[in-house]
Design a protein around this ligand. Structure first.
Ligand SMILES: C[S@@+](CC[C@H](N)C(=O)[O-])C[C@H]1O[C@@H](n2cnc3c(N)ncnc32)[C@H](O)[C@@H]1O
Length: 304
């Protein structure tokens, strides 16, 4: 595609806001482009950091031309142009989603996971869940202490929520690192599943828990540490699944509620994004009813 100036992009944006048809605006297009980027096929040959890209996109939104932002950011023109196009496509997907659903209910089922984060990352969460939470609670600020592939951060960028995210893979340990010295309107916490994928050999990696007791102890410490990091009107949202090992069922979500560390405001049931795979899981010595759902536990502050 020939590089164009922001004014041209601006016109595109207006068109898509009003009447651009959905054709061509597909999750697959964004994923394909992301995959090329991951494989190092960026025409510029450079790998750009997300914060740098996001800052540059904000400048474009503020009305600066593509040429100006390329100059000030040092980013390659094709990289920036593609990121801008993808951001427009994601805006379109968000508008479509919010217009087509009838409002948030306690039952969540998403036909697509959306282009946010990396679908190849183990336990990657559905971006539309984050869209729904942000659309409902309207937080100004969001914290994700186990951001994994960065799904929450990308949705926050699109919905213009101030975002702080970290993960063990980038050196932050929820059990021992200093937490951000501030409070957030929304904390979205998506820990590893137990038993499940082993993310690393770090001793404090939740996925390295020796048994369910060890896993629950880690969860409880993490919960306690997060419990005072949200604002008075804010919320702590935990996305969690139950476990099954060697024929024994472990209702992890129930254990969390029983701690009564914070008032539970509600529970949403989310249909899994892994339905076909789950049909074939063997939860022990013999097959048993496959688990096709997980829980979104929504806690609020003590005084709200
Ligand atoms: C289920 S994944 C999160 C996926 C993420 N929501 C996404 O969409 O990609 C759980 C994450 O917890 C991280 N993790 C495990 N133990 C941790 C710890 N002690 N401190 C911080 N992060 C941890 C893992 O590295 C992993 O990325």
């Amino acid at each position: 595609m020939r590089p164009t100036d922001l004014t041209q992009h601006g016109k595109d944006t207006e068109r898509s806001r009003d009447n651009r048809p959905a054709d061509g605006v597909t999750v697959h297009a964004i994923r394909a482009s992301r995959k090329r980027e991951e494989q190092g096929q960026d025409p510029s040959g450079r790998v750009e950091s997300r914060p740098a890209l996001w800052a540059a996109l904000r400048e474009l939104e503020a009305g600066r031309s593509l040429g100006e932002v390329v100059g000030s950011s040092g980013l390659a023109w094709p990289t920036l142009e593609r990121a801008w196009r993808e951001a427009m496509q994601r805006q379109h997907l968000i508008r479509q989603h919010l217009q087509s659903r009838r409002g948030l209910t306690s039952l969540l089922r998403y036909p697509e996971r959306g282009p946010w984060g990396q679908s190849s990352y183990a336990g990657n969460c559905n971006g539309y869940l984050i869209v729904d939470l942000i659309d409902y609670f309207k937080p100004q600020s969001v914290f994700d202490p186990m951001e994994g592939s960065g799904t929450t951060g990308e949705v926050c960028f699109d919905l213009k929520a101030d975002y702080v995210g970290c993960d063990l893979r980038s050196g932050f340990d929820l059990l021992s690192s200093l937490l951000p010295d501030r409070q957030f309107d929304l904390i979205f916490w998506h820990p590893p599943y137990w038993p499940g994928f082993r993310y690393s050999d770090h001793p404090n990696d939740f996925s390295k828990a020796r048994n369910v007791t060890d896993f629950l102890e880690r969860l409880q410490v993490g919960f306690q540490r997060l419990a005072d990091r949200f604002t008075e009107q804010g919320h702590l949202v935990i996305l969690i699944g139950d476990g099954r090992k060697n024929g024994v069922f472990y209702p992890i979500h129930n254990a969390i509620i029983q701690w009564e560390l914070l008032p539970l405001q509600t529970i949403l049931i989310k249909a899994g994004d892994h339905e076909r795979r789950a049909q074939h899981f063997r939860y022990g010595p013999s097959p048993f009813i496959p688990t096709l759902h997980e829980y979104v536990l929504i806690f609020k502050g003590r005084d709200t």
